[in-house]
Write a protein that binds this ligand. Sequence first.
Ligand code: GLV
Ligand code: GLV
Length: 343
Amino acid sequence: ARPKVVICRHLGPAMPLLQDRKDIEVVLWPEDRSCERSWLLDNIRGAAGVLVLLGDKVNEELLEAAGPNLRVVSTMSVGYEHIDLPLMARRKIRVGYTPDVLTEADLSVMLALMAGRNDGAAYSLVRNGDWAKPKFAWSPFTFCGPQLSATPSSPTRTVGFLGFGRIAQATLARLIPFGITHCLYAGSPSSRPDTARDAALQATHKLKVLERVDADRLARESDVLFVLTPGGTETYHLVDAAFLRKMKPMSVLINTSRGSVVDSDALATALREKWIWGAGLDVVEGEPLITEDHPLVKEPQCVMVPHIGSATFQTRLDMATRAINNLYGGLFGEDMPAELGRQ
Ligand code: GLV
Ligand code: GLV
């Protein structure tokens, strides 16, 4: 019999790559919204493969429902917080993902610019029709904030990275034209120092400082701090109240990785009590159930967008294509373009 695969979301222009294959049976979630858990649990029985998005938890319950045929899980995401990797290893189920999505780096820079300059509040003001009010006419210090770029009067801007993998390094590269000369980073707890890589990066970008530091120094010295760790238990709430209290009052925190790394309540307090200047978030704990009464949505100096780090047409098509090719690799015992645990 042809192997059955369950696809948790219509993949737009990439769909022919699945539908044109005659050697598989495709079961597709039929609606244009997140796949319902009950539908997935019902339909995965007997499947050999499943293609998931980051809202679809791949855990004991799902494997239980699938039964013993399941041999590949392919996620259309660079992150894998939703997948129980130790469990997959124990069951010998191969896992594909879609790394090299560096558009998060573009969004990280955008959020750093917006958060530093109060652009979220400024844009809302225009949309609300308040620009015409005398109070909001051009004025010397309205909507001012710390700037990202170095200037003659403020030549040293230190960027910090919590997590220093591919996306962090791509973000750093995009910041060099802003006159950034100092970069600090703290690796994820399980990452190892890589002095050769760091020396090469420092030379490439002509940085005065590129240093791996502990979380304490990272918090104290960063002007702009980017959170770019994988998520999961190892990085849960690395940015908590104690961390935020050490940050500079004019600093900006950007999170484009996983909501779980930043304690939302602590961040809301930090913004309200001005421990830090601003925040830019693409991800938030508890997303997507974020409504207008969320404490971070109410903070004017918090710019928030709904997890759109990889949202460009090219990138999403590349991700969908790669996820489908990973699925085939796993189904037919071939190489997968990007397999977790096997780089
Ligand atoms: C997005 O967050 C992804 O993991 O691709
Ligand atoms: C990964 O997050 C790293 O620190 O290199």
